[in-house]
Design a protein around this ligand. Sequence first.
Ligand code: ADP
Ligand code: MG
Length: 729
Amino acid sequence: MATIRQQAYQDVLNRKAKHSDYNGKISSLFGENVFHLDVMREFLPGDAYKSMVDAINSGNGVRLDRKMADQVASAMKDWALTKGATHYTHWFQPLTGSTAEKHDAFFKPVGPGRAIEKFDGDLLVQQEPDASSFPNGGIRNTFEARGYTAWDPSSPAFVIGKTLCVPTIFISYTGESLDFKMPLIKALHAVDTAAVEVCQYFDKNVVKVNATLGWEQEYFLIDKAFYNARPDIMMTGRALFGHASAKGQQLEDHYFGSIPERVEAFMRDFEQEAVRLGIPVTTRHNEVAPNQYECAPIFEECNLANDHNLLLMDLLEKIAINHDFHILLHEKPFSGVNGSGKHNNWSLSTNTGVNLLAPGKNPKSNLQFLTFFVNTIAAIHNNADLLRACIVSASNDHRLGANEAPPAIISTFIGSHLSSMLDELEKNVKSGKMTPQDKTELKLNIGKIPQIMLDNTDRNRTSPFAFTGNKFEFRAVGSSANCASAMIVLNTIMADQLIQFKKDVDTRINGGDAKDEAILKELQKLITHSKKIRFEGNGYGDEWVKEAESRGLNNFKDTPRALGVWSEKKTIEMFEKLNILTEREIEARKDIDFENYVHKIQIEARLIGEIAQNQIIPAVVEYQNRLIQNVQGLNAVLGSDAKAATKSQVEIITKISAHLNSMKSLCDTMLEERKAVNKIDSIEEKAVAYCDKVKVYFDEIRYHADKLELLVDDELWPLAKFREMLFTK
Ligand code: ADP
Ligand code: MG
């Protein structure tokens, strides 16, 4: 009988591409399943439509009054029924990292044999999902096991399949946020207010600043047969065992290669669905590792872009299965080849249509660009540890600092031209009164930026936080993460920085400095102050680790250590002052991160033990027995001459025994460690112990298992091999 692995291989060889039936224009699908403004205009009375426009534009979770909410709910339902929807759900973003939903039917019996489709303002605005099982970091004790989802009118509702999905925030009975969306909306509001204040120095018409986010989602695809034949991949999203295949990514043929037909059929399918949901996906390509791909939309307002990323991750998973694939969003599914990230391209844009991180056409707009640019660098400098903490996860730990991903040390790359520009500014701005000549010189310099940017081609792929011409690109974010975690921190620290900047500039102006001069002097101060965070060299090199240490930059290699910054007084003060998170909420979130970490490592440790014991050892022993039989046979036939004839077999038998014993005893020791670590009460100490005392065995155990893979008969090896999972076409 064929083994699961052999059966999987056969299944994959027999697969055919499944092409979608739709051959029309993609543009005619755009937003088809979204309750967007044009649809609202059609379905809503005038005053309700206007309330919705206001709510969307304010973007601050504005509440609609009861009457309006009833009208909007009724219109949403009528529209959703035209799309074939039968159910509705409050769609929310619990701290598990994925999205959650609980479906209810529109259908309501109203008498014997009579029923109607019902959806009113109450059902739209607030719901109580049975939320006691979502992580809450102790905020919601089980006796008050209630959490509410509340409608976020700034994100449009949409229909997936036969369900109307209403984007919501998720809060505890006592009003604390239990999700990613609520603090994100608050952080976006904070950066909006702070940036508008600073923009007023340059343009009185600016009344609203939106943070923009353009994410690039990397992922792996593997055939569903292989996925189901690998318990480790199925349960943890990554291969806990497996020797690298002889050929990996060294030829770079995948990156430049064409997309296989089956994969392209899958991509077409999910892109169509994404476009129907209003996600403007435009880019797709192969990534560096075999079977690794990327998709990216055009950037959007940050809250919407983040909803769209979560929706897309969900779509990827669902549609991959229709094509007999499984999507792996894990940051490092296969050791030995590149991992996956999710670059977060970020900028700020005004209601007047200006990108604040794009150099302008004249010295005045360039001074505005420099202001936001330098303040971003200062924010990164002052809060590097928070930026590290907002991208933590057990899975991202495998990727950061590996040789193809940004290091765990936070720094920023701005390119040689802008670097020298900042250096000059630092020198040229005089601390005393500036002469007209000083000012002319400065203006000339600042005026040069657009020309510089045009031919500024140097890009550094190794930086975790790089300036790329008209935006910053936060590259350390993990492929499986909710971008909100990074965006909450980035927009909060930017708001904090801009508020401080405004205060300092105003103080100078009140002291008699002209406005431009006050701004320039403050920028100079920030440039000097934040120098150590700027790094133009190779972020992947060992030299950088040493240099960063000498600069006093932290290098938190694992999740438990990186999380410490959340407990610092300065962190709590900033988040409380800006009304984004309370101390209790911060504590709860940190605990959830620790808990998630412990659970992930615990599950991996269990699976390592199981697979070693129940799959690897039996196969290895069977092969060893065959060799032993062979040796015994040769001894019987050849007698005293058998020594030479059995030499290789005996060697293999001995090697197998050595690796088998090492693997088994390491598994046993790891199990004992786990038992001890599980007794620790404090979640923080437990996470540290799981990292230092349990996880440390993973690579050692794997080393011996992977050696055994190379020794044992291919026919007998129970786990699908890397070459099969990554290269079978
Ligand atoms: P790459 O990093 O792969 O070379 P690009 O630099 O062309 O790609 O763009 C990457 C992403 O940056 C795209 O998703 C794009 O939508 C996004 N982007 C471009 N401008 C902005 C902006 N002002 N704000 C946020 N994201 C942006
Ligand atoms: Mg990029």
